[in-house]
Write a protein that binds this ligand. Structure first.
Ligand SMILES: [Zn+2]
Length: 604
């Protein structure tokens, strides 16, 4: 800590103490100030108070997603002052929160709604830290970029209010990205008198100058605008997942990069990384020159954004066409896919210490980069998160083997895989890697390949090809009982491939919401149309490139396979699967329900 740092910290503490009415604080030095605060009120310990433990858990999660300044990890101290609700960010990167604030935010509320309020308060303070604007008052030295241009008090006040509004906006976003139901801030829905912005504002006293804060109405309006932006951007995430599953990662990456500007959450970074992985694998041909003897490595997309539950039931009052594109689409330098994959996946993993997909994907990315040690470490982390998951245990055995210098397959890999694959219901990736390990060890692998080919497990196309080659059978899937349907068995609002202008777009899509995305990498104009929560269309240069249906009316997964037989190809996503019934259409299945159906035409 530099001298300047110390001085700033001391100033903040002194102002804080003066604000709190602690006489004699002016003459105290830094150590005395902390001691005084601790002596007068005390810091509450998580092991002595479950409420404080809860607040600290929320803090950890919000801190993980917040922008950070420098390398220092912010810490939170809960000050045992139950009468006054307040929160402060200190220049040394630590936060102070009063017990009164915890009271106010959680009283008479469900745990969920209370946590969302705590997350918002802490997110607001972390935003001040990230922006280098600590709790401040006149006379407090501000960083050059934030100094008001003129010294007029009105201007200084306006600058302050602007920073408060910005901290609100970021705090709201951090809380949402960390997975808290921020929509409950607008109304508790439990008979508590009003929404949180008004409640917090009413009680904002103590050392903070209420005049520098936006009115509760302004705060609520700004938060609603943030929700509207999320709502507007949500289809970007969904179309990116869909495009990736039809092999259009180039376009998917562009949509994800746009969505990142709206909702920079772990699942967005994860899917971005997974897309770069797919591109890298395409570019490398067979992974690391191993051809048909390549193991089945995890690449998991996440089918659900954390923004989705926030927006369930959200009614935006924005209507009509947004002619302005959301933001320019960014291009990535070519040939850097693996680097970009690792970068995105590390970001995703860092934002949530319990997030499995990013760790699985990171292991694959490090392996493809030729870094078996890091690949193994990422998989060890994944396995710690789900100790009973056999699929992940199988990959752990594989990555440990790949990291073992010159050890034979027989010793390090075959034994654990045989044990894991032995029991019924083994996942396809495990059976596949077991069969391959048998073959590499020079053992008879035919029974293992036949078990895979029997169709009990659904295989992604490249692995199905290897299986078929091993047992010297045609790779064609047995035709499904009813033959292949060219489109899904539900009515589509518009035919894929349709020319929207020829069809008089305005008439056909009357009442649909429009989001203009601007130009894609090959200069096509991308537009998303959506009708309520049920149907979404991605149009490129005026042609319908993808139609997506959503909702419970799509029925159960069992009903669909009962009608159409097994799908041609199945791919795992976090908490679900994507089943392809034809090269042109697929469904997203979760918890036994068909959640979405996707139909494409002429994808780039
Ligand atoms: Zn503030």
């Amino acid at each position: 800590m530099t001298l300047l740092h110390l001085r700033r910290l001391a100033q903040s503490i002194l102002l804080l103490l003066a604000g709190l009415g602690l006489a004699g604080a002016e003459s105290a030095n830094l150590d005395d100030a902390f001691a005084l605060l601790e002596k007068k009120y005390g810091f509450m310990k998580p092991e002595e108070n479950p409420q404080v433990a809860r607040v600290l858990r929320v803090f950890d999660r919000v801190r993980d997603v917040a922008d950070k300044r420098g390398n220092r990890m912010p810490r939170l101290f809960v000050v045992n002052q139950p009468d006054e609700p307040w929160a402060f960010a200190l220049p040394d990167g630590n936060l102070l929160l009063s017990a009164g604030a915890v009271q106010l935010a959680t009283r008479n509320l469900s745990q969920e709604a209370g946590d969302a309020r705590i997350a918002f308060i802490l997110g607001h303070e972390l935003a001040h830290l990230a922006k280098n604007d600590f709790w401040d008052s006149d006379g407090h030295p501000l960083p050059a970029g934030l100094r008001p241009r003129r010294n007029a008090t009105a201007d200084a006040q306006a600058g302050l209010a602007g920073r408060e509004a910005e901290a609100d906006d970021l705090g709201f976003l951090y809380a949402a990205v960390a997975g808290y139901p921020v929509q409950t801030l607008f109304s508790s829905g439990q008979g508590v008198r009003e929404n949180f912005f008004a409640l917090w504002n009413d009680r904002l006293r103590a050392a903070s100058s209420a005049a520098s804060h936006p009115t509760p109405e302004a705060r609520e309006t700004a938060a609603r605008a943030r929700m509207d932006r999320l709502d507007e951007g949500m289809p970007l995430f969904r179309f990116a997942v869909r495009l990736a599953h039809f092999g259009s990662c180039e376009l998917a990456i562009r949509l994800l990069r746009q969505y990142l500007r709206i909702f920079p959450s772990r699942e967005v970074y994860n899917n971005l990384g997974a897309c770069y992985l797919e591109l890298a694998r395409e570019e490398m041909g067979s992974p690391r020159g191993e051809g048909k003897s390549a193991f089945w490595l995890p690449v998991w997309f996440d089918g659900a954004s954390r923004a989705e539950p926030l927006l369930a039931g959200w009614r935006s009052d924005r209507s009509g066409e947004g002619k302005q594109p959301l933001a320019p689409m960014l291009s990535d330098p070519p040939g850097r896919e693996l680097e970009l994959a690792v970068e995105s996946l590390e970001q995703a993993a860092g934002m949530d210490e319990a997030y499995l997909p990013a760790r699985l994907n990171l292991a694959t990315a490090h392996h493809l980069r030729g870094d078996p040690l890091k690949a193994r470490a990422a998989m060890e982390e994944a396995a710690r998160l789900v100790p009973d998951n056999r699929e992940v245990a199988g990959w752990l055995a594989l990555f440990r083997h790949l990291d073992g210098q010159g050890e034979g397959v027989g010793n390090t890999l075959l034994a654990p895989l045989t044990r894991l694959a032995g029991r019924a219901g083994a996942p396809a990736s495990l059976l596949f890697n077991h069969a391959l390990a048998l073959r590499k060890a020079g053992r008879n692998s035919r029974a293992a390949w036949t078990r895979l080919a029997s169709g009990a497990a659904l295989l992604p196309a490249p692995y199905a090809k290897t299986v078929c080659a091993q047992i010297r059978k045609s790779c064609a899937k047995p035709p499904s009982r009813k033959g292949v349907l060219p489109t899904p068995p539900w009515p589509l609002p518009i035919a894929p491939g349709a020319d929207l202008d020829a069809l008089q777009r305005d008439r056909i899509l009357d009442g649909w919401r429009v989001t203009h995305l601007g130009g894609t990498h090959d200069r096509q104009q991308a537009v998303i149309h959506r009708q309520g929560a049920k149907s979404e269309i991605l149009a490129l240069d005026g042609y319908v490139t993808m139609v997506a249906l959503r909702g419970i009316s799509l029925g159960s997964a069992a009903a669909l396979t009962g009608k159409l037989g097994t799908p041609r190809d199945s791919r795992r996503v976090a908490e679900g699967e994507v089943w392809h019934f034809s090269p042109r259409w697929a469904v997203l299945v979760r918890d036994g329900q068909v959640r979405e159906a996707w139909v494409v035409h002429g994808l780039p």
